[in-house]
Design a protein around this ligand. Structure first.
Ligand code: ADP
Length: 354
């Protein structure tokens, strides 16, 4: 008996030491050991109780008998439907040391499945975004080769549309490449000392002509705020926010023609805020704005030459700099996009990534 207790204790110790969710059951499907990772997936697990009481996963329970019968490991996929669907892969292997006993290891694949779905959605969306201007280009080329061959006026008009469509595809590809570059470097923290006030001044100056064409004014209030950064990325991020304010944040009929850009050092953070007084964003859209290709009004975004990737880029640049983007808005009152990035300290960029 003492020997059996010692063996059980050794088994429990071993199972506890594993970071893979592991459950051991005896020949009667009673739980003999279960570690913390397993209890996280099935909180009702109790040593001494039937496995079926805690693990309501028919696919997994159905694999127990075949595993015993065949003496080789069985695998099963368990999909748990709830508010969020969970996908868990189970491996059920007989324990050679104890007849009838089985070791179950469970791997939570929910995140991997989510990423896979995101990846395939992304490819579908990107292809769709490229196909639309491409179809239009092909249509105009055929018209120019056929019916409009000798029509100089139509040719000039079509070429202008074709230029705009090609420019849109080119912008989309630029944004896709930038996103992928930033993602590849997501875990390498940038190190150069970059003053966000300088970045904001540069962007406000560069976008002056666009603002003037739209009858908007950009007011800048900037105090020095130096971060460990990648200047090009920070310029891109700021440009996207100011361009968005000029694209979506103006409402001349209501007198909303101002865009405010502010840079300040607050506590340990450098803060960049871009504020407009336009129509704003309804609360249900706010959490999704940084999703790739998400637009509140797709027609307006396309008409403005938008790719739907601008805010995804902003979010990724902020994250790569250890910062984050927050959006505050009220319908009819405008929107404020704020990025907070830790101020540069002596050893910024030298610390290990977290
Ligand atoms: P794009 O501008 O290319 O469509 P973004 O990712 O930059 O893509 O923005 C996503 C969407 O967020 C826009 O299509 C627009 O609907 C909304 N949006 C962004 N900035 C503002 C703003 N300042 N005011 C209102 N809506 C905005």
């Amino acid at each position: 008996m003492a020997q059996e207790d010692a063996a059980r204790e050794a088994l429990t110790g071993l199972v506890d030491a594993l970071d893979v969710a592991t459950i051991v059951v005896d020949a009667g499907d009673v739980v003999v050991a279960a570690n913390a990772a397993a209890r996280e997936l099935a909180p009702a697990l109790r040593v001494g109780a039937q496995l079926a009481l805690a693990l309501r996963a028919p696919q997994v329970l159905d694999a127990l008998a075949p595993a015993r019968a065949s003496t080789t490991a069985q695998t099963a996929l368990w999909r748990e439907r709830g508010a969020v669907e969970r996908v868990i892969a189970a491996r059920v292997a007989p324990l050679a040391s104890a007849p009838g006993a089985l070791a179950l290891t469970l791997t939570d694949l929910t995140e991997a499945h989510r990423l896979e779905r995101m990846r395939s959605d992304f490819v579908a969306n990107a292809s769709h975004e490229l196909r639309t201007p491409l179809a239009s280009l092909l249509g105009f080329i055929e018209t120019l080769q056929g019916p409009a061959r000798d029509d100089a006026a139509a040719r000039a008009r079509f070429l202008e549309i074709m230029r705009a469509q090609a420019a849109r595809m080119s912008r989309l590809i630029d944004d896709l490449l930038s996103l992928s570059r930033i993602e590849q470097r997501a875990h390498v923290r940038p190190r150069d000392a970059v003053d966000l006030a300088d970045v904001a001044r540069h962007v406000v100056e560069a976008l002056g002509p666009l603002a003037a064409r739209r009858g908007a004014t950009i007011a800048l209030a900037a105090e020095p705020a130096v971060v460990a950064g990648d200047r090009d990325e920070l310029v891109r991020m700021t440009e996207n926010l100011v361009e968005n304010a000029l694209k979506y944040g103006l409402d001349p009929e209501r007198g909303a023609t101002a865009v405010e850009v502010g840079v300040s050092a607050e506590g340990r953070d450098a803060r960049l805020v871009v504020r407009d007084f336009g129509p704003g964003v309804a609360p249900e859209h706010l959490p999704r704005l940084t999703e790739r290709f998400y637009r509140v009004d797709p027609g307006k975004s396309r008409a403005e030459g938008g790719t739907g990737l601008g805010l995804a880029l902003v979010k990724h640049v902020a994250a790569r700099h250890g910062g984050r983007l927050t959006v505050a808005s009220r319908l009819g009152e405008g929107a404020a996009f704020a990025v907070a990035i830790p101020l540069k300290t002596e050893n910024s960029g030298m610390a290990p990534d977290v």
